[in-house]
Design a protein around this ligand. Structure first.
Ligand code: M6R
Length: 590
C-alpha cells in the first residue's frame, strides 16, 4: 500500500541507501518507484513506472546526504511515470502513503489560484499546498498544509532550505530509525536498513524534523514532544531470500520455527494471568481481521468452541466497521493482523474498544497501529514476512490463538501439542512431493474449488485465497456440504475440487463429496492425514497423504501443504508468487 523511505546520513550516499530501501520495501506496492536526493546542484528527482529495478540505472548516478523514496500501489491515477512519486513543486519534493479524501476540492482551489498539476494523483495537492504556504518557516508551512488534509498520510518531505527530511504521520505508518550511519524514516520496520538499532514511532498528527544527527518530534500544535526510542534487532528485518528462489518458499519453510517461537514468546512476554482473566470473564469473543488473518480466526473458532466455553464469532473487519455488534464491558475482541497496520482492522477494533470491549492484538509487528489500540498484545513470532501472500504469519496466528483458547483449561498441554504440530510441519516439508501432482492439475484447470467440513472448511477457505491471489486461477473455498446446494452446477472436466479430509469424525461425508464430483466428471484431489481416507479414495486424480494429526492441530499441517500447492502452481504458470498483480502487502487504506 505504497512504501515511503528516507535517509539523512552522516556518511555514505543517501540515494543508494534509499534505492536499497525501496528494493526491501517493494512488497508495499510495485506500480512505480522514485526518489529525490539533495545534491550539490539542488534536489534531483527520478521516477519510473513499474518495478523498483526500472529505477536502478538512474538512481546509481545520484549522490547526496539526504534522500526520500517511494514505491507505489496506485489508488488515484493509473500506474505510470507521470503518477510516480516524488511529486515536486517549487522548493519541495514529497512522497506520500495514504489517501487524501478531499483532494478534488483542494485541487480545484489550487487550479483557480493558478497552480499547474503534473499528475493525476491525490498526493500532488500536498506538494502544491506546501509550495503555496511556504514563506521561510518550514514547520509552519507543513502544519498549515496538513491542517487542510482529510484522509490518511505518512509523508516524507524535502525542502531546498532544510538539510534534512520532514516526516508527518496521520493514520498511515511510518517510523524513524536511528543507527551509526544516521537517521532514516520508513513505512515498516522490516524494511529498515540493518545499521538501524532503535526506532521511534510518531503518533498520529506528529511532525518530525529529521537530520543526520537526530529527529525532533512536534505535535499538531507545533509543541515539542518526546517519543521513546525502542530497540530493534536484525531478526525483525528483511534478510533476503537466502537459498530459496522466492520469499514465499522461504517463508513456508519457516512455519515450524514460527510455531516454536510464537509459543516461546507467549510464555515469556504475555501477561498470561491477565489474559486468562480476560478470557474467563468474557461474555463472548469476537475475532476479526481481513484476508488470511480473518481466515485464521475461522479456524480458531473451532479451537474455542472445543475447549473454551465462551461464545465465539468471527467477523471480517471491513464489514464489522460498518455493522457494529452488541458489545459489553466483558466482550473480548481478538484483533488479528500480520502487519498490525490494516486500516479496516485497526478502525473496526478502535470502534469496539470505544464501545467498551477489551481488545487483544494478535500480531506479527510490535510497535504497529494495532498494538497502540489494544489493551494487550499477543505476539506472533514469524519474523519479517515479505511475500505478499501470508504463509508463516497464518500459522503463527493459529498457534497464538490455539494457546489463547486453552488458557482456561490446559495451556501447557496446548504448548506441547503445538510443538509436536511443528514437528509434523517439518516432516511434511521434508517430503512434499505430493504437492507437485496437485499443482500440476491445478495449473491446467479452469477453476479450483477447495472443500472441507468443520476445521477443514476453514483451511479450504484459506487455501482458495492463497491459490487465487498468486496463480490468478478462479477459486472458491466452501463447506463440502454446500456442494449440492449450488456449486455442483459448475463442475465439469476442466475443474478441480481439492477435498481436505483431516477430521476423522467427518471423513465419510467428505468422501461422499468426492464421489459427487467425480460422477459429474470433475477432477478430484484429496489432501488427508487419515490413512483410511487415503486408501478409500485411490481412484481420484491425486491423493496426498500428509503426516497424521489430531483434527484441531491438522490446519498447521494441511494449510502448509496447501500453501506449497499454491506456490508450485503459481511458479509453474510463470507467476511471481512474491508480488502478485494488483496486490500489496499491507492494506493501509480503506
Ligand atoms: O497484515 P494483515 O494480516 O492485517 O493483512 C490482512 C490481509 O490483507 C492479508 O492477509 C492478505 O489477505 C494476504 N495477501 C493474504 O495472503
Amino acid at each position: 500500500m505504497c512504501g515511503i523511505i528516507g535517509a539523512a546520513l552522516r556518511r555514505g550516499n543517501a540515494a543508494a541507501e534509499v534505492y536499497e530501501g525501496l528494493e526491501r520495501l517493494e512488497y508495499r506496492g510495485y506500480d512505480s518507484a522514485g526518489l529525490s536526493v539533495r545534491t550539490d546542484g539542488g534536489t534531483v528527482t527520478v521516477k519510473r513506472g513499474g518495478r523498483v529495478a526500472n529505477l536502478k540505472e538512474s538512481a546509481a548516478e545520484l549522490c547526496g546526504g539526504v534522500a526520500i523514496g517511494h514505491t507505489r500501489w496506485a489508488t488515484h491515477g493509473e500506474p505510470s511515470d507521470r503518477n510516480a512519486h516524488p511529486h515536486v513543486a517549487g522548493k519541495f519534493s514529497i512522497v506520500h502513503n495514504g489517501i487524501i479524501e478531499n483532494y478534488r476540492e483542494l485541487k480545484d482551489e489550487l487550479l483557480q489560484s493558478g497552480a499547474e498539476f503534473a499528475s493525476d494523483t491525490d498526493s500532488e495537492v500536498i506538494v502544491r499546498l506546501l509550495d503555496k504556504y511556504y514563506s521561510g518557516d518550514l514547520l509552519a508551512a507543513v502544519a498549515k498544509t496538513v491542517g487542510r488534509l482529510k484522509g490518511s498520510y505518512a509523508l516524507g518531505i524535502l525542502c531546498e532550505d532544510f538539510d534534512g527530511i520532514v516526516a508527518v504521520k496521520y493514520k498511515s505508518p511510518v517510523v524513524a530509525g536511528f543507527g551509526e550511519k544516521g537517521v532514516t524514516l520508513c513505512s515498516d520496520i522490516p524494511a529498515l536498513p540493518e545499521w538501524v538499532t532503535s526506532v521511534s514511532v510518531p503518533e498520529d498528527g506528529d511532525i518530525v524534523l529529521i537530520s543526520a544527527q537526530s529527529a525532533s518530534f512536534y505535535d499538531g500544535g507545533l509543541q515539542s514532544v518526546n517519543r521513546v526510542r525502542l530497540p530493534v534487532f536484525a531478526g525483525q528485518f528483511n534478510g533476503g531470500t537466502g537459498d530459496y528462489p522466492h520469499y514465499m518458499l522461504k517463508e513456508i519453510h519457516e512455519t515450524a520455527a514460527t510455531v516454536r517461537d510464537t509459543c516461546d514468546a507467549f510464555f515469556r512476554n504475555v501477561d498470561v494471568k491477565r489474559l486468562t482473566e480476560y478470557v474467563r470473564n468474557a461474555d463472548r469473543i469476537i475475532m476479526t481481521g481481513c484476508g488470511t488473518a480473518y481466515n485464521a480466526g475461522l479456524a480458531a473458532r473451532r479451537f474455542f468452541s472445543d475447549k473454551c466455553r465462551v461464545f465465539c464469532q468471527v467477523e471480517i473487519a471491513s464489514e464489522l466497521r460498518y455493522s457494529p455488534v452488541h458489545i459489553t464491558g466483558s466482550t473480548l475482541v481478538l484483533a488479528i493482523s500480520q502487519s498490525g497496520e490494516t486500516a479496516d482492522t485497526v478502525e473496526a477494533v478502535s470502534a469496539l474498544k470505544e464501545a467498551g470491549a477489551r481488545v487483544v492484538a494478535v500480531t506479527n509487528c510490535g510497535y504497529s497501529a494495532i498494538t497502540r489500540v489494544a489493551h494487550m498484545v499477543v505476539p506472533v513470532c514469524a519474523g519479517a514476512e515479505v511475500c505478499v501472500a501470508a504463509t508463516k504469519s497464518y500459522i503463527g496466528q493459529l498457534a497464538a490463538l490455539y494457546l489463547i483458547s486453552r488458557l482456561t483449561a490446559d495451556v501447557f498441554t496446548a504448548r506441547s501439542e503445538l510443538l509436536s504440530a511443528g514437528e509434523k510441519i517439518a516432516e511434511l516439508l521434508k517430503d512434499n512431493g505430493g504437492a507437485d501432482k496437485i499443482a500440476e492439475i491445478c495449473a491446467e484447470s479452469s477453476a479450483v474449488f477447495f472443500l472441507g467440513r468443520g476445521i477443514d472448511y476453514a483451511v479450504a477457505v484459506e487455501a482458495s485465497l492463497k491459490l487465487k491471489e498468486i496463480s490468478y486461477i478462479f477459486s472458491d473455498g466452501y463447506p463440502a456440504g454446500e456442494l449440492k446446494h449450488g456449486t455442483l452446477a459448475l463442475i465439469d472436466d476442466n475443474t478441480l475440487s481439492v477435498i481436505i479430509i483431516c477430521d476423522e469424525s467427518l471423513s465419510e461425508k467428505c468422501e461422499n463429496a468426492a464421489c459427487q464430483v467425480t460422477s459429474r466428471k470433475g477432477k478430484v484431489a484429496v489432501i488427508t492425514c487419515l490413512d483410511g481416507a487415503a486408501d478409500k479414495l485411490q481412484d481420484v486424480a491425486a491423493v496426498w497423504k500428509i503426516p497424521e494429526c489430531e483434527a484441531n492441530l491438522s490446519p498447521f499441517v494441511s494449510a502448509v501443504a496447501l500453501q506449497l500447492v499454491a506456490y508450485k502452481t503459481a511458479v509453474s504458470l510463470g507467476r511471481d508468487p512474491d508480488k502478485p498483480r494488483n496486490l500489496a502487502k499491507s492494506v493501509t487504506v480503506e
